[in-house]
Design a protein around this ligand. Structure first.
Ligand code: UD1
Length: 436
């Protein structure tokens, strides 16, 4: 059997300019929202990531007309709506669950295969299912996926036990066409969620964003198509800034607004990074080296959990002992063994370190890490378990001595916009190869 791998040779300081596209975590949700419009929607500045192709294929199988290319996606209604997402899409990403509400509105019934996504935490879907049930859907979870039925969906009050991004999106995508008012308490306020709400508002939805994580949606009878330009991906922006810092270089990132990176910038500045920020780009360098830090991930506007993996590699190049406390997903440190193989001195713990106790404090979940820096990293042959982990391995390989072979690269290609080209343009010797 052959395998596609990336071969990476460390190439000194990474320098140059990178332009990030619209975010991976927003683009597919906008595609789902577009299902609800009676005419065509257009999404611009879309990233060229695998999840877009997967979501486009799902929408086509449901009867929608979807065009993608040159950073633009159009979604138009077809002649009929097929309410079942085919089994072939089992486990590919977590988008099908978001289609339940829209399919119920359009067809009165829905089936979506079991959701996939990265192997981080148990990734339950109970909030989604409970929300749909409380809006009047009959939901049955079978061995092969989720079946739902609803003659009519009605607005109601939904208290989310945790401000889940996906569950908030499920409620938004369902409440906009439900009868009456839906009030979400404990809603996620991540920029990508707000971006989705704004897109739905353009389509004609009545959405109010109130203080204290309260969102009020008044259902309307129909939504039209809309057009939008996606804002830059804050995970990619952060990852490339770190790529510069980790190699003692400097990367200038274009296309991601500063307000999406507030906590990231402050965290890196505390570690000794110096920033230059304009309306068009931002750049970071650390001419005097980096210091250790204690960082806890959190919901927005806290330190984003997706930034945790690049940060962990950066910690290995900062002077002293750093601490990372992951509080959003209980199992997001699964990539640590790959980094340890590359010489990263990281130890994981099941206790809450570097911050107050979190939801996982009395579980066995290894969700805290202590990282020693500065470590000498070495090239290795490693397999990447998920998209963010994959990127961190590239960063470690760029800062290591010796060549690295990275396997499982489909994870990075699913979630990052043309990473091979972007890294090459920064001076990294990286190539895709087929190995036995
Ligand atoms: C999204 C992002 C992911 C990001 C995460 C948190 C996408 C495609 N992915 O994931 O990159 O890291 O938000 O910002 O947008 N939970 C439940 N029950 C549920 C739903 C969630 O217990 O029904 C829990 C999860 O296990 C987790 C927490 O809520 O502990 C947060 O998950 P959630 O915000 O829903 O993450 P995703 O939407 O899956």
């Amino acid at each position: 059997m052959t395998d596609q791998v990336w071969q990476i040779e460390p190439s000194g300081r990474l320098r140059g300019d990178v332009e990030v596209r619209g975010s991976k975590n927003a683009v597919t949700k906008h595609m789902v929202a577009a299902m609800l419009g009676v005419d065509t929607s257009t999404i611009q500045n879309a990233p060229d990531v695998g999840d877009v192709g997967i979501t486009a294929a799902m929408l086509r199988s449901l009867g929608f007309e979807v065009e993608t290319g040159h950073g633009e996606i159009t979604v138009a209604p077809g002649t009929h709506v097929e309410p079942r997402v085919p089994h072939a899409f089992t486990g590919l990403n977590r988008i099908p669950i978001l289609m339940l509400g829209p399919l119920l509105h359009l067809a009165g019934e829905a089936f979506v295969p079991l959701v996939g996504g990265d192997p981080i935490g148990h990734r339950p879907i109970d909030f989604h299912v409970e929300a749909l049930r409380s809006m009047g859907a009959e939901v049955h979870i079978g061995d092969d996926g989720i079946h739902a039925k609803a003659a009519k969906l009605r607005g109601t009050r939904i208290d989310l036990p945790y401000p889940s991004v996906g569950a908030t999106e499920t409620v938004l995508l369902t409440a906009v066409l439900a009868e009456g008012k839906t009030v979400i308490r404990g809603a996620a306020t991540e920029p990508e969620v707000v971006e989705l709400a704004l897109f739905l508002q353009r389509m004609g939805a009545r959405i109010e964003l109130s203080p204290d994580r309260r969102v009020v949606v008044e259902g309307v009878e129909r939504l039209r198509g809309a057009s939008t330009w996606l804002a830059g991906d804050r995970l990619e922006a952060f990852s490339y800034l770190v790529a510069g810092l980790i190699t003692g270089g400097q990367v200038r990132v274009h296309g991601c607004p500063q307000d999406r990176l507030v906590t990231a910038i402050t965290t890196l500045a505390r570690m000794g990074a110096q920033f230059e920020i304009t309306d068009d780009w931002l750049t970071a360098s650390a001419p005097n080296g980096l210091r250790a830090a204690a960082v806890q991930t959190d919901t927005h506007p806290g330190f984003m959990t997706d930034w945790q993996t690049p940060l962990m590699v950066l910690f290995t190049q900062a002077e002293g002992m750093s601490v990372l406390h992951e509080t959003v997903f209980e199992n997001r440190l699964v990539y640590v063994p790959a980094l340890q193989k590359m010489g990263c001195e990281i130890e994981v713990f099941d206790v809450c370190l570097g911050g107050p106790a979190c939801r996982f404090h009395d579980t066995n979940a290894k969700h805290s890490a202590v990282v020693r820096g500065v470590s000498k990293l070495r090239g290795a042959d490693v397999t990447m378990p998920d998209v963010r982990a994959g990127f961190s391995a590239v960063l470690a390989a760029a800062a290591a001595e010796g060549t690295s072979t990275l396997r499982g690269i489909q994870h990075i290609e699913r979630g990052y916009h043309r990473p091979l080209e972007q890294f090459s343009s920064l001076g990294l010797k990286i190539r895709r190869e087929t190995v036995a």
